[in-house]
Design a binder for this molecule. Structure first.
Ligand code: NAP
Ligand code: HSE
Length: 438
């Protein structure tokens, strides 16, 4: 057991997978791409495989077929496999598989909310008895590290409410229907194509997926045992277009929400489609994104937002759990913070940004052309121009598409030198794509 949890410093660690679908393929790719980072942080080199599938002949882009097996024993029973990543889903035979892996002391990292929301307590006990780890960040809200925040950063915060959008597929469907006028059936089909939906999408649209996640999150937030059977849930499958239209006209958006609260010391967890006022923080969460609002007296409201579904997004949480199982080696945090991927610092003048420029100009023919020519010379493209005022009061306000800082600085200097320009131009940067914008 301890060979799993505390491998010899520098010893390689073998990761076996159960499942190689949307999430599993992304996990394999991420483990290979992130191998160096993991090794630097944990001191362990990871070895990947074997990987259990149903159909070894199925095409899996970028996955070495030699890694695949249809024999579960090769992952579950081989003592060389120290960590079992479960991304096959379902309750059976998965439950039996995880019991088997844990019983021999392998640690388990799983993305399976249906299994955990039914058998989590039993599996956690099995892990504890074996001295192994059971980690499940990927089971709720994909890439958002909400479980780690709840069980580490906010462990003592006395959370009293956890309210969220915890299903990516339904949020995507509702967003598409509202924004694009797409039909329910088209939006669901697209969510399936994009890898957001469960193998059986009625889990998503009927609310069972969100209920399972809320059971897991409420268990951790309230330090209590909450199972999916404790969570009354409804989905979005019975919503009618007429009610969505009424909600919109009344200033609401409709979202599938999970609401978990402490009520006089009792735990209440429910999932339902709700009218959310347009100014509410959850109203802005669109597409497959998820968000969780955590409320406590001390911390007031903390909102975590991010991708709630998808292969690469979920693989990120699986990787984080693997790293938690391995542990970061002594000094690793400092090492990561202070050193040293050897990346050079980008010269400030080479950085791209969009820009705002206001300049006071003489109100006479050709001024705008001269300003525009300077931008053209510097390879900067104008998005919009507004002239305000007349005569001595005239000023031009321009927004420029993304360009290089040095080019903009040269353009500003040349504009300042024009006879037509009265005062120093004012230049501000505009946040855009790559800086949190669309
Ligand atoms: P998926 O694409 O359907 O992949 C499932 C994989 O498991 C496939 O490779 C399948 O093999 C294998 N498998 C299933 N049953 C098996 C069995 N009895 N024996 C052997 N192999 C079996 O599903 P997914 O979307 O990757 O989801 C996997 C898990 O992650 C689920 O628990 C899901 O709830 C969870 N999750 C998914 C997402 C997401 O955005 N997709 C996000 C978070 C969590 P074949 O390929 O040969 O059929
Ligand atoms: N089917 C799930 C969703 C995947 O759409 O949220 C992430 O758990």
């Amino acid at each position: 057991v301890s060979a799993v949890r505390a491998p010899e410093p520098g010893a390689p660690v073998r990761i076996g997978l159960l499942g190689c679908g949307t999430v599993g393929q992304a996990v394999v790719r991420t483990l290979i791409d992130g191998a160096r980072t993991i090794e630097r942080a944990s001191g362990h080199r990871l070895e990947v495989g074997p990987v259990l599938v149903r159909d070894a002949a199925r095409e899996r882009p970028g996955i070495d077929p030699a890694l695949l097996t249809t024999d579960p024993a090769r992952v579950l029973d081989d003592p060389a496999v120290a960590i079992v990543v479960e991304v096959m889903g379902g309750v059976e035979p998965t439950l039996g598989y995880l019991r088997r892996a844990l019983a021999r002391g392998a640690s388990v990292v799983t993305a399976n909310k249906q299994l955990l929301s039914r058998h989590g307590p039993e599996l956690l006990r099995a892990a504890e008895e074996a001295g192994a780890e059971l980690r499940f960040e990927a089971s709720a809200c994909a890439a958002i590290p909400v479980i780690k925040v709840l069980r580490e950063s906010l462990l003592a915060a006395e959370i009293r409410a956890l309210i969220g959008i915890v299903n990516g597929t339904t949020n995507y469907i509702l967003t598409e229907m509202a924004r694009e006028g797409t039909s329910y059936a088209e939006a669901l089909a697209r969510a399936q194509e994009l890898g957001y939906a469960e193998a059986d999408p009625t889990e998503d649209v009927g609310g069972a997926d969100a209920a399972a996640k809320m059971a897991i999150l409420a268990s951790i937030a309230f330090h209590s045992r909450v199972l999916i059977d404790d969570v009354p849930y409804e989905g979005i499958d019975h919503l009618q277009a007429e009610d969505l239209a009424h909600a919109e006209a009344l200033g609401f958006v409709v979202k599938l929400v999970g609401v978990a609260r402490l009520l006089n010391g009792s735990v209440s967890v429910r999932v339902y489609p709700a009218l959310v006022p347009r100014g509410h923080r959850l109203a802005a969460i669109g597409g497959p994104d998820n968000a969780v609002l955590l409320e406590s007296r001390a911390t007031r409201q903390i909102m975590l937002v991010g991708p709630g579904a998808g292969g690469d997004e979920t693989a990120s949480a699986v990787l984080a759990d693997i790293l938690s199982v391995l542990g970061t080696h002594q000094g690793s945090f400092l090492h990561n913070a202070l050193a040293d991927a050897g990346r050079p610092i980008a010269p400030p003048g080479s950085v791209p940004s969009a820009f705002y420029l206001r300049t006071s100009v003489a109100d006479r023919p050709g001024v705008l052309a001269r300003v525009a020519q300077i931008f053209a010379d510097e390879g900067l493209s104008i998005l919009s121009v507004v002239q305000s005022g007349y005569g001595d009061e005239a000023s031009l306000v321009l927004i420029l598409h993304e360009g290089i800082e040095d080019s903009m600085q040269r353009a500003v200097a040349r504009i300042r030198a024009l006879d037509d320009v009265r005062d120093d131009p004012v230049m501000l940067r505009v946040l855009g794509s790559g800086e949190g914008g669309e």
